[in-house]
Write a protein that binds this ligand. Structure first.
Ligand SMILES: Nc1nc2c(c(=O)[nH]1)N[C@H]1C(S)=C(S)[C@@H](COP(=O)(O)OP(=O)(O)OC[C@H]3O[C@@H](n4cnc5c(N)ncnc54)[C@H](O)[C@@H]3O)O[C@H]1N2
Ligand code: MOO
Length: 423
């Protein structure tokens, strides 16, 4: 087991990515409000144009022809009743966002408009100005004067986005702005990929509330995983506690597989102690081992396997060591690239907007054989400072870190590759 068949760290990461490419997450249709952070599984297409109709971009007067214009009425946003088309010399008072009547050539904003109320009938007005039009009421007529720039302050239907246009490609990460865009284009649901990850936390000594009693240990991995999983493009279904028996490990794995999990992350039970049943359970379930031990520090007992047929693998099982910082390193090594590939999105640990390699400040001692992953804090985007406090059992260093510096055994410095962490 872990030791003899240890895979080089770089190879392990690439293998996890490749497995994710082979088993893309199930495509699901999800209510728009639940799509934040997921990946689009189809191009986002406009179901309606933006704007959906010719609309005013300013509060003022929609006008036709040359001024002065006689004001025929008022149209507010949300108006469903259409006024007839404007004839040359006519105007309507209009609110930003309201549909402009047919024939509108421009909107004159209030600030640029001179209005004059004339007592008399519309007919008098017509006679005075020699123009067609009708007044707002029989007793007075409002006239507007102003300069127009044809087309000014009118947003034409589909001007921003014509109906049917593809505005975001499959593979786009759904940010708050994408959710809003989808809503503006008429969508109530989106087609997304977001691997569903079940988290199994094993260990009879583990407790998940309050101050642990002597002999107990507070679960520090269950709380780390939802954030890491979401960062990788997945979603956790919840954290399930598993006692240290073979039977419990078996039934927890079976239950997750039956529930349709894309990935099962098992915390603890990755080593070869008498209470570590993960490997035996996987062998009994006929799982295919993919990575069994990785040449890195911390985190070397981690594993990757899959249930199901080799030709259609799934669900994928990731075994994370029980020591919390080792689990975090293992998650950054196997779980995050696996999820990103399954979700059809870039690996967030290698964010192309951030430096991939920086000079290291502080002391790091390479391991004699394995790749060391050391917590670093990046300053001014230019230097990575060694944080320390990153022994396998402690998340103190990782909590202060922006990234993990990747230190191979033959590292001489001064620069090292960075594996970014969620910040
Ligand atoms: N003979 C060997 N023993 C060990 C090896 C080895 O190669 N040969 N590797 C060591 C390393 S490295 C690690 S890491 C651990 C991994 O062991 P497990 O994955 O089986 O984890 P446990 O033994 O259950 O726990 C190890 C340690 O972590 C604590 N723990 C477990 N779960 C949690 C949790 N959810 N939150 C916080 N702390 C947790 C647990 O109490 C132990 O102290 O194996 C070494 N042994
Ligand atoms: O995985 Mo262990 O040291 O590397 O905690």
């Amino acid at each position: 087991m872990a030791g003899e068949a240890m895979v080089p760290w770089e190879t392990a990461r690439q293998t996890a990515w490749d497995l994710g490419v082979r088993c893309p997450a199930v495509v699901r249709h999800v209510a728009l409000r639940d799509t934040l952070g997921a990946t689009l599984a189809a191009d986002l297409v406009a179901l309606v144009g933006v704007p959906a109709y010719d609309t005013a971009a300013m509060d003022g007067y929609a006008v036709a022809g040359r001024g002065p214009w006689v004001v025929r009425g008022r149209v507010l946003a949300g108006a469903t009743e259409r006024l007839g088309d404007l004839q040359p010399g006519e105007a309507v008072e209009i609110a930003t966002g309201a549909p402009v009547p047919g024939g509108t050539e421009a909107v004159v904003p209030y600030e640029a408009a001179l209005t004059e109320e004339v007592v008399g009938s519309a007919d008098d007005a017509r006679a005075d100005e020699g123009r067609v039009g009708s007044a707002t009421d029989a007793g007075s007529v409002t006239w507007v004067r102003g300069e127009i720039d044809p087309g000014r302050h009118v947003r034409r239907v589909g001007e921003d986005t014509p109906a049917g246009a593809a505005v975001a490609a499959e593979g786009t990460i759904i940010t708050p702005a994408v959710v809003g865009l989808a809503a503006s284009l008429g969508h109530d649901t989106l087609t997304v990929r977001r691997p569903k990850v079940d988290v199994l936390v094993s260990g009879d000594e583990i407790t998940d509330i309050g101050i642990p009693a002597p002999g107990q240990v507070r679960d520090a991995i269950g709380p780390v995983l939802p954030g890491l999983v979401e960062w990788g493009g997945g979603a956790t279904g919840g954290v399930v506690r598993v006692r240290d028996t073979f039977a419990e490990m078996m039934s927890a794995l079976r239950a997750s597989a039956d529930s349709g999990a894309d990935v099962i992350a098992v915390c603890g039970a990755s080593s070869k102690g008498p209470a570590d049943h993960l490997r035996d359970a996987l062998a009994t379930l006929g799982a295919t081992p993919v990575v069994d031990g990785v040449a890195c520090r911390p985190g070397h007992p981690q594993l990757l396997a899959h249930l199901g047929d080799p030709s259609s693998p799934g669900p994928v099982v990731v075994g994370l060591p029980g020591n919390p910082n080792a689990a975090l390193v293992a998650a950054a090594t196997l779980l995050v690239p696996l999820l990103a590939a399954m979700a059809d999105r870039p690996d967030p640990c290698s964010d192309s907007a951030l430096p991939s390699c920086l000079p290291i400040e502080g002391r790091i001692r390479p391991h004699y054989r394995d790749t060391r992953l050391a917590a670093v804090r990046v300053e001014r985007g230019a230097v990575a400072h060694v944080v320390g406090h990153d022994r396998p059992g402690s998340l103190r260093g990782a909590a202060m870190a922006d990234a993990l510096a990747v230190i191979p055994p033959d590292w001489r410095g001064p620069s090292a590759r960075l594996l970014w962490l969620p910040r």
